[in-house]
Design a binder for this molecule. Sequence first.
Ligand SMILES: [Zn+2]
Ligand SMILES: [Zn+2]
Length: 413
Amino acid sequence: MRGRELRGELDAFLTETEQDLVAFRRDLHRHPELAFAEYRTTRRIAERLTAAGLTPAIMPRGTGIICEVGSGDGPTVALRADIDALPLQDEKDVSYRSTVAGACHACGHDVHTTILLGTSIFLARQAEAGLLPGRVRLLFQPAEELPGGALEVMAQGGISGVDRIFGLHCDPRVDVGQVGLKPGPITSACDKLAIRVSGPGGHTARPHLTADLVFALAKILTELPAALSRRVDPRSSLSLVWGRVEAGSAANAIPDDGIAEGTVRCLDENAWHAAPDLIKALLESVASAYGVEATMDYTRGVPPVVNDEVSVQMLAEAAARALGEGSVVPTQQSLGGEDFAWYLESIPGAFARLGTRSPDGGVEYDIHQGTFDVDERAIGHGVRFMAATALTALWEGARADIPDELPTLADSL
Ligand SMILES: [Zn+2]
Ligand SMILES: [Zn+2]
């Protein structure tokens, strides 16, 4: 079975299921659950997967599901959806408004979950009909917003034996029916940095007999970002920006300690990996020049999502098959973070942006706002796209190089 036949099968499947899937999304939307508390959501998904003849495995905490479709020796492709909501107030006036105070599916994870559920049911039927040339691992991941759910899925063996992984995210800047694709980095890294500087303290009359701690701290605040800009490739956009600084209590006393806190943002994976050691070395050299002790607390966020080029070509091929020619648009790297990045540190794969904007709706939404909503036609498009992506990746052989007849991404854009 190839392109045109697949499209017909997806059309028939969605004619039958689309209304029910929209109702499923609205039910999740009414009952949002925060990171690692997605118990009801997990039960709802598990019920539907079981009804489709699958065997969902609920993760040990009781939130999140790993489930496999198909059997045999073919390649294994993973599809991932995140299932958690945000600690925000729902500000919409719709029938499916959140019924939980201070919780809202404002990042569209209810839509991602519903799309993966629809895709699972479609693929289960394909497998039953003997049309699945391999296995598809379905990952209903908890706690993307924390982040950390991806690491938990990996700890449970979620991507063991997986050749390639795909995921998508609602994008209110892309029209419904289209997908935004980009090879290479598509999201960014953001870490937190806290520095503590200490010295003997003393009288401001005699800085030479002690360590002038406030002066040293000021040097660190200005020297570190300046030195980084000369030590790291400017194209990585590694930037250290301070958000908090504190030292001292009296005008005539040199304090014995001080702190500075800030964020490190980065577009490039290599620079992200190198950042903590480099910052620590720079910090120690500035601190020692002024006779103070400095310690650093570096908290990792997520790395950038770095899309594998072959996987992006598969997404483009799937979009052309399932949504039609012209459905792929280029997209930019965002400064936001996404924990899908953790999977791509281990196996190849790609992350797509799914259009959720009504072309003539006149309303501009953004994610992480209490007013966020989608054009629900995105659910059907998402199922078509995800199902076609899994089949395309299986057909092409997850480990094989792209055959010549596949169009390149450049052809699709
Ligand atoms: Zn989010
Ligand atoms: Zn999200």
